[in-house]
Design a protein around this ligand. Structure first.
Ligand code: FAD
Length: 488
């Protein structure tokens, strides 16, 4: 990692400009949740935020929290879910999962949902049964992952776990942040805005005891008696870090985030000896559905071969497209299911053409001779019986593609516009303590949210809501643990 800031020795700090028990760096969802829990555990908390107000990327998000295990909304919608089923799903779908973290999250989800509501985050008792990427309505519960996709549906009983905040529009996360920030203010949590943390201060024992802040062109130092919590978001907007760790998104992909999601927290953590994890992990998305009928089509690569179950979560599908030769993929449809992808405004999937026969489509897409004809013949043969022995696409999405004319959309990773979020970050334990490469804790340093690699580590294992869900949950854990530290 380049441009890691220097660590400042506490002996070199001549004057502390302010003091708190716990200093939280960044006022998005992870920071707000950490601040509330630290304050309620009796700590004097100061949040230091680079922008002129709190909210971060969390406030512009779609507001989907991945939560389960039997939340009040799941129950109201008639879905049975348990922490064990949720655990089994996340362990199976996550690359290199930290079992302790996953267990803590699944066991704590129901309480966490209730806690979020108690802070004023609103969730309707309603269920959206369709296939969607985000909802413009106030509906709450929806399937946002690959729970019903093989092999996961055989490993764990599927349940919808996406809980969307009850605000219409694609920035429902703003309601959650308004509620949490109002609660922080009401409980007397102090905040310093327009204040960029540029370095960590360490004492002679290697404990993080404060931060260096750039404010109005001045440099000041703030003392943290119990701990510093980093919650500055991901590195979507840091071009150098993207080129170093995820160069494939530096083409025509678009980052989802705010300009200050520049990896500052990851670098600050690394400066104090913190390890990083899954830095190449990214969730990219340019969903070809809705409408859901398009899931009945098939995806083929430049060899004319299928490579993923088309009913996968859109981020999982994108992860598989990224692995295809030259990132190329086409969505193949017949006349019975043809429709334009509804999200084409931002994904820019282009209709290549329409053809009377499969042979003509194969030529039109410049696929190897016979390849698409073979793939479709094989697919249709099993689809007649509602089966897909290659990828076990769920029978509800399986139908023979044999009604001409045919059409193909180009959904290639280097052609369409894929939106992405970085998933790599600092390695922590379930209490939010930053860990060194040897697994020791960095004394006095905690982290949560998108500057941490917590549960999801790549697009294949992601489900919508796995940023706000674990980010808010482990933010609380970090806040409690930092508040409980012995003061220095
Ligand atoms: C359009 C969009 C839709 C999304 N939808 C969803 C969704 O529905 N569900 C989901 O789970 N995820 C979603 N995400 C991702 C999710 O919003 C983020 O991963 C999550 O909000 C990160 O929370 P955070 O608290 O870690 O960071 P943020 O909310 O980004 O907060 C970080 C804060 O730290 C501040 N900061 C940065 N550097 C410094 C510094 N050096 N000093 C002081 N302060 C600093 C920033 O200004 C910011 O306020 C979406 C993201 C976007 C952009």
């Amino acid at each position: 990692m380049k441009a890691i800031p220097e660590v400042i020795e506490s002996a070199r700090v001549a004057h502390w400009d302010d003091r708190a028990d716990v200093i939280v760096v960044g006022y998005g969802i992870a920071g707000a949740c950490a601040a509330l829990e630290a304050k309620r555990a009796g700590a004097d908390v100061l949040v230091v935020e680079r922008a002129s107000g709190g909210g971060g990327a969390s406030a512009m998000s779609s507001g989907i929290f991945y939560l389960g295990g039997g939340t009040a909304v799941q129950k109201a919608a008639g879905y049975e879910d348990t922490p064990d089923e949720m655990y089994k799903f996340l362990m199976a779908s996550t690359r290199a999962p930290d079992a302790g973290m996953v267990r803590r999250f699944c066991d704590g989800c129901v309480e966490h949902f209730d806690w979020l509501e108690a802070q004023g985050v609103q969730f309707e008792r309603s269920y959206y049964p369709g296939k969607s990427v985000f909802l413009n309505t106030t509906e709450c519960l929806m399937s946002t992952g690959s729970e019903k996709v093989w092999p996961f549906r055989d490993v764990a009983k599927p349940a919808p776990r996406g809980h969307k905040v009850a605000r219409a529009g694609d920035d429902a996360g703003s309601q959650a942040m308004e509620a949490l920030l109002a609660r922080c203010a009401a409980e007397g949590i102090r905040a310093a805005y327009d204040s960029q943390v540029t370095g960590l201060v360490m004492d002679a024992d290697g404990r993080v005891v404060g931060v260096r802040v750039k404010r109005s062109g001045e440099e000041i130092h703030l003392r943290a008696r119990r701990g510093v919590i980093l919650s500055t978001g991901g590195f979507n907007l840091n071009r150098d870090m993207l080129e170093e760790y995820v160069p494939l998104v530096t083409g025509n992909s678009e980052p989802l985030g705010i300009p200050y999601n520049d990896g500052a927290g990851i670098k600050l953590g690394a400066s104090a000896g913190g390890a990083t994890q899954a830095m190449g992990g990214v969730i990219a998305t340019a969903s070809f559905y809705p409408p859901a009928q398009l899931i009945k089509g098939i995806l083929v690569n430049s060899r004319g071969e299928r490579f993923v179950a088309e009913d996968s979560y859109h981020g999982r599908t994108a992860a598989h497209i990224i692995e295809q030769p030259e990132y190329k993929a086409y969505l193949i449809l017949d006349a019975e299911i043809f429709a334009y992808p509804e999200l084409t405004d931002y994904s820019h999937h282009t209709l290549v053409d329409g053809w009377e026969t499969v042979e003509e489509m194969e030529v039109g897409l410049k696929l190897p001779e016979g390849s698409l004809q073979r793939t479709l013949a094989e697919y249709n043969r099993h689809a007649e019986n509602g089966e897909d022995p290659l990828f076990y696409k769920h029978p509800e999405w399986v139908k023979p593609l044999n009604v001409g004319p045919y059409a193909a959309f180009d959904v290639s990773f280097n052609k369409s516009t894929y939106l992405f979020i970085t998933l790599g970050g600092l390695k922590t334990n379930a209490d939010g303590e930053v860990l060194t490469p040897l697994g020791r804790t960095v004394a006095g340093l905690y982290a949560a949210g998108a500057c941490v690699s917590s549960i999801p580590q790549d697009g294949e294992g992601y489900a919508s809501g796995l940023s706000l869900g674990p980010g808010s949950f482990f933010g609380r854990c970090a806040g409690r643990r930092a508040a409980a530290a012995t003061p220095v």
